[in-house]
Write a protein that binds this ligand. Structure first.
Ligand code: FAD
Ligand code: FES
Ligand code: MG
Length: 279
């Protein structure tokens, strides 16, 4: 069977609001590394959006993305079916996760961050680390990638905000417990909502535990040309797309990132309204 460039080979819902797409992209799949992202355009009138690769297979010639449907483009992605094709796909972009044998790595993920976390946990495990994973979601139905992350972790803690599965509370509570138990922790890797990464970085700072976070500033070209993805790291301006997306969590100006990510709210609402009206 002939598969078209950027054809969707599999489309499925992981939760009511998260769509996972496996896409034919052999050249990207061959080069992809954990922590990297792609920029895609759904159709010829669409905007470019960045999404982290939740998986990739050089053998199958595919990459996998998981998108939380929050606005116009991600909802449009959620309407795609196997056999549809994307207008464009660029990648792999960004620096890959820094891999070495750190010792014990605690990987913390929340919400859509769980999909992004999986290839990183797998790569850190393959690099010889002992992995303790802490995953969280609002409730048990919104937990994703639990089986996959468990398979590449030495220890696993599940947290839900409503207590419907695992620990009743936040991922930060579970991490605090490990620290209080005086566990040996050589690195913390956190990916998820900005507020979650900020809380985790603030938690580990007094204990001097090196903490890496995966940032999600607004990106336009994804290749270091437009400046949209500026983030402040240790008082210096960096570009999320080419200097990141992973940075030392203790050096990130999270207030600046939060404010900058809200700067097109009016346009995003208008775009979603038009898209919903046009359906
Ligand atoms: P909109 O209504 O346009 O925007 C909703 C919110 O999303 C905005 O307020 C803004 O905070 C953010 N956003 C909007 N446009 C962009 C943009 N061009 N770049 C970055 N953020 C934007 N989301 C996932 O669900 N899965 C992922 O794997 C994932 N990986 C990401 C990797 C990177 C490196 C970055 C920077 C972001 C990633 N995101 C991921 C966020 C995703 O890009 C946005 O949720 C998406 O662009 C929203 O588009 P929208 O049109 O549906 O929503
Ligand atoms: Fe344009 Fe990073 S997205 S410089
Ligand atoms: Mg948008």
């Amino acid at each position: 069977m002939c598969v078209k460039m950027y054809e969707i080979v599999k489309a499925e819902k992981l939760t009511p609001d998260v769509t996972r797409l496996e896409i034919a992209a052999p050249k990207i799949a061959r080069k992809a590394k954990a922590g990297q992202f792609i920029m895609l355009t759904v159709d010829e009138h669409g905007e470019r959006i960045p999404l982290t690769m939740a998986d990739f297979s050089a053998e199958k010639g595919t990459i996998t993305i998981a998108a939380l449907e929050i606005g116009k483009t991600t909802r449009q992605l959620g309407t795609l079916k196997a056999g549809d094709s994307l207008f464009s796909l660029v990648g792999p972009l960004g620096l890959s996760t820094h891999l070495e044998e750190f010792g014990t790595v605690v990987c913390v993920g929340g919400g859509i961050g769980l999909a992004l976390m999986y290839p990183v946990v797998r790569a850190l495990k393959e690099a010889g680390n002992r992995i303790v994973s802490i995953i969280g979601a609002k409730n048990k139905d919104l937990l994703m990638y639990e089986d996959e992350i468990t398979a590449v972790s030495d220890e696993m803690f599940v947290c839900t905000d409503d207590g419907s599965k695992g620990h009743h509370g936040f991922v930060s509570d579970a991490l605090q417990k490990l620290i209080d138990e005086k566990r040996k922790i050589d690195l913390v890797y956190a990916v998820g909502p900005i507020i979650m990464m900020k809380v985790i970085a603030n938690l580990t700072r007094p204990y001097n535990i090196h903490t890496v976070v995966s940032l999600n500033p607004i990106m336009v070209d994804g290749t270091g040309m437009c400046g949209s993805c500026r983030v402040i790291i240790d008082g210096e301006t960096k570009f999320g797309c080419v200097d990141g997306p992973e940075f030392d969590g203790h050096k990130v100006d999270f207030e600046n990132l939060t404010a900058r990510n809200k700067r097109y709210l009016a346009e995003e609402e208008t775009s979603l309204r038009i898209f919903q009206g046009a359906k």
